[in-house]
Design a protein around this ligand. Structure first.
Ligand SMILES: Cc1cc2nc3c(=O)[nH]c(=O)nc-3n(C[C@H](O)[C@H](O)[C@H](O)COP(=O)(O)O)c2cc1C
Length: 183
């Protein structure tokens, strides 16, 4: 794997907002940043890996199990690790140390700033388990980019929509540049 420069890792999980990460990857790549995309199996039901591969001009890592220890490659590559969108499921796994797919396993392995931008139905977001898990992640040093208020695809209104891409991009670059300067 190409490791001469640390990469921005965009980890995409299975939310209806997955398609918005395409724009995020496109913008960062257009600006000249090296971007590597990871996807859960469920994320690839929403957006095909080929789309992210074209937008980032790099191999996309997806699926649950690899014989090649890809999480260690990701650990060595990551300058910042951003889960966007982050499902309730992935937030729960990260908060509890569950490592049963490439994203949750890589999360445990990386040694760089971690960002998570949740996106989900407002009732899911407000639920006690999700709020509890987010609190754990914050205590563990994960930078949470709060979702915004609005009407989600299913018609419910409240806090749960993925934050504005400009805000996510700004946070990613802030932590990426800091992490590059420290290494
Ligand atoms: C159409 C559709 C949209 C979904 N959107 C979301 C979402 O925005 N946020 C979320 O937490 N789960 C959402 N889910 C449920 C997740 O896809 C489901 O919990 C899945 O197990 C997440 O897998 P992953 O975290 O491995 O990607 C959605 C499911 C469907 C069928």
């Amino acid at each position: 794997m190409h490791t001469e420069k640390k990469h921005i890792i965009i980890a995409v999980t299975g939310s209806i907002a997955s398609y918005r990460s395409c724009e995020l990857v496109r913008e960062l790549t257009k600006k000249g940043y090296p971007v590597t995309v990871l996807m859960t199996e469920n994320a690839s039901r929403f957006v095909g890996p080929v789309t992210f591969q074209s937008l980032s001009s790099r191999k996309v890592y997806h699926g649950n199990f690899s014989e090649e220890m890809e999480h260690i490659d990701i650990k060595n590559l990551a300058g910042v690790f951003c889960v966007a969108p982050a499902t309730a499921n992935m937030i729960g796994k990260m908060a509890n140390g569950i490592a049963d797919d490439l994203i949750s396993t890589s999360y445990l392995a990386v040694n760089c700033p971690v960002i998570a931008a949740p996106a989900m139905n407002p009732q899911m977001y407000a639920s006690k388990p999700v709020q509890r898990n987010l609190e754990i992640l914050k205590q563990d040093g994960v930078h949470i980019i709060e979702p915004v208020h609005g009407t989600v695809v299913c018609g419910d209104t409240g806090q749960g929509k993925l934050a504005d891409l400009e805000i996510i991009e700004k946070e990613i670059l802030k932590f990426y540049n800091t992490s590059l300067n420290e290494n």
